[in-house]
Design a protein around this ligand. Structure first.
Ligand code: ZN
Length: 246
């Protein structure tokens, strides 16, 4: 048994489905879900991302969890990979082709894939419905620098209502990172899985927009220069400072 019980010391006797990309946020959400729910399945989407690095991390992270976290191993259910290549046909953005990342006139970075999270949750809900799961977990966060409208709490609350009405089945959309800074996301990883889980998140997850999985920094792999690396580094440093780790 791990010494790190769920924060509220309570485990829900029902399954959950985690939107799992292999990045820092969704991996932290996976740990959060494994510490709370009786069975946790994962779903990932291939939509022609510029870099495969993030998707390549998914299986490794799941294997490490099964090997190194004995109290989570039996709860980790199957993984579902969904091919959504057609999203890149309509998205026309810097996450799906090789364009420079920059801000656009509407105040959003050109990494924005319009409607992406709405589509992901709708596919996740359809799969969850079929598998008898009503809890959907995603790592969306309002404090993210990017301000993507489909990461906002009101958009996802509205989607929760729409999915429940449209499928005639009550869904709960859980977004444990919604109000957290990046520093607190590191703290949450430690709270649910201890230092070993922090190390897994640091070394096995991928966030860098440039797909750099060669350079290992204190805060993990990445180019160290793109906005995603910058956000991850600042979060790590703030967490270390706030929690007196250095
Ligand atoms: Zn980077």
């Amino acid at each position: 048994m791990s010494a790190f019980m769920p924060l509220d010391g309570f485990r829900y006797d029902e399954p959950a489905l985690v939107l799992f990309s292999g990045g820092q946020d969704s991996t932290t959400c996976l740990g959060w879900a494994l510490s709370r729910f009786s069975r946790v399945e994962t779903i990932g989407f291939n939509y022609g991302q510029r870099h495969e690095a993030e998707l390549c991390c998914r299986e490794r992270i799941r294997s490490k969890i099964a090997a190194d976290f004995s109290d989570w191993k039996d709860r980790l259910g199957p993984d579902h990979m969904i091919d959504m290549q057609s999203l890149s046909d309509v998205a026309d953005c810097a996450l799906t082709d090789h364009r420079r990342i920059e801000m656009e006139a509407n105040g959003l970075p050109n990494t924005f894939v319009p409607g992406r999270n709405l589509l992901f949750f709708t596919f996740a809900a359809a799969l969850a419905y079929r598998r008898g799961i009503r809890v959907l977990v995603g790592g969306m966060c309002e404090t993210d620098f990017s301000g993507y409208p489909d990461c906002r709490d009101d958009a996802l609350k509205s989607l929760q209502a729409t999915l429940s009405l449209g499928m005639g089945s009550p869904f709960v959309v859980e977004t444990p990172l919604m109000r957290l800074t990046k520093a607190r996301t590191w703290a949450l990883a430690e709270a649910v899985g201890g230092p070993r889980f922090v190390e897994l998140v640091r070394c096995e997850t991928h966030t860098c927009y440039m797909g750099d999985h060669e350079h290992l920094h204190d805060w993990g792999y990445g180019c160290g220069r793109c906005p995603a690396c910058e956000l991850r580094r600042r979060g790590w440093e703030c967490w270390r400072a706030e929690d007196g780790k250095d």
